[in-house]
Design a binder for this molecule. Structure first.
Ligand SMILES: NC(=O)c1ccc[n+]([C@@H]2O[C@H](COP(=O)([O-])OP(=O)(O)OC[C@H]3O[C@@H](n4cnc5c(N)ncnc54)[C@H](OP(=O)(O)O)[C@@H]3O)[C@@H](O)[C@H]2O)c1
Length: 289
């Protein structure tokens, strides 16, 4: 049993990870905002003084850092904030945590010319979010200590508490007979939060350190992802219109062929990435419970 601090614990991945880890560990859950009736405490990881005052007294065995500015266009329009939240604050956790760190990074550290990417592939971010995530990794390696960085991509889930997410947007739009436009030229291997949570747990149990990649099985574009969602949730696929990234005119450039190759970690921890359709069915079943 370990004493583990999860930062950003009430975000999308944090909720799944809390469910996965809570029976076997002592969890401390922190975030900027603590939802009503939740056990957790406010910890803005950008506040160096607060981190310095609070972390050593907790006597932690491990920190899992999920706190991040994940709005990719928001990072582009507010780079100062993005650098502080996604990079500089990681140093606060490293300096005052006095324990190993598991940090979640992104396939956006790559340019998206040639995905899915292996751990050994060269990085070359094309937007601010990707640059900040890459810098966060470098801060971790500078310590020379045994930390773990897991790069993942397009993390999805859908439950009543889920904030904005691709899956939620697709399901709710189609349920309301709203047409949606989805890009055909951005490829990834979308990763269910529960799949990643199981992997993080196994990495903790096996004391995996270094740089690893995790993404689920299916490598596909967003348009096909939306169509699979419609199939599983029994919604009308004809409401989904194919468009290209140029039509979307997003503020931050997106890697076109992104995604991560999880084969190295899969062999190391003995877990197969799940199929998208199986994960979507599990999520749907949760709704009908
Ligand atoms: N979502 C993806 O597709 C994806 C892909 C690759 C990697 N990742 C990485 O995976 C990790 C978890 O992502 P997620 O999808 O769970 O994101 P999320 O749902 O946006 O959760 C992140 C949480 O961090 C909190 N946070 C933001 N700034 C903070 C600060 N200064 N101090 C403390 N907490 C702060 C957020 O609070 P607010 O909501 O109040 O800002 C939110 O609750 C992140 O490191 C992300 O970069 C995500």
């Amino acid at each position: 049993m370990k004493k583990i601090l999860i930062t950003g614990a009430f975000g999308q991945l944090g909720r799944a990870l809390t469910r996965e880890l809570e029976n076997e560990n002592i969890l401390l859950l922190s975030d900027t905002v603590i939802p009503p009736n939740s056990d957790g405490f406010q910890l803005d990881i950008t506040d160096r003084k607060l981190v310095k005052e609070s972390l050593p007294a907790l006597e932690l065995d491990l920190i899992v850092n999920l706190a991040a500015m994940t709005d990719v266009d928001g990072c582009q329009s507010n780079p100062d904030k993005a650098w502080i939240v996604n990079s500089t604050s990681v140093k606060n956790l490293l300096d005052f945590g006095q324990c190993p760190l598991i940090h979640i990074s992104s396939d956006y550290v790559f340019d998206g010319e040639n995905g899915p990417y292996k751990e050994s592939d060269e990085t070359s971010p094309i937007n601010v979010y990707g640059e900040t995530k890459l810098e966060s990794e470098e801060l971790i390696w500078t310590t020379g200590k045994r930390h773990l960085v897991i790069r993942t991509n397009v993390v999805y889930d859908y439950e009543p508490t889920t904030k904005a997410s691709f899956l939620k947007w697709v399901v709710e739009s189609l349920q309301n007979d709203q047409e949606i436009n989805v890009v055909t030229d951005q490829y990834n291997n979308p990763t269910w939060t529960s799949s990643l949570a199981v992997v993080i747990n196994r990495c903790i149990e096996l004391d995996v350190t270094g740089l690893v990649h995790w993404g689920d099985k299916d490598y596909l574009n967003r348009f096909d992802f939306a169509k699979k969602i419609a199939d599983v949730f029994g919604l009308d696929k004809k409401l989904i219109n194919p468009i290209t990234s140029d039509d979307l005119n997003q503020l931050a450039l997106r890697p076109k062929k992104g995604g991560v190759d999880a084969s190295m970690l899969s062999v190391a921890i003995g877990i197969e990435p799940p199929l998208l359709v199986d994960s979507l069915r599990s999520i749907k079943e949760r709704f009908s419970e």
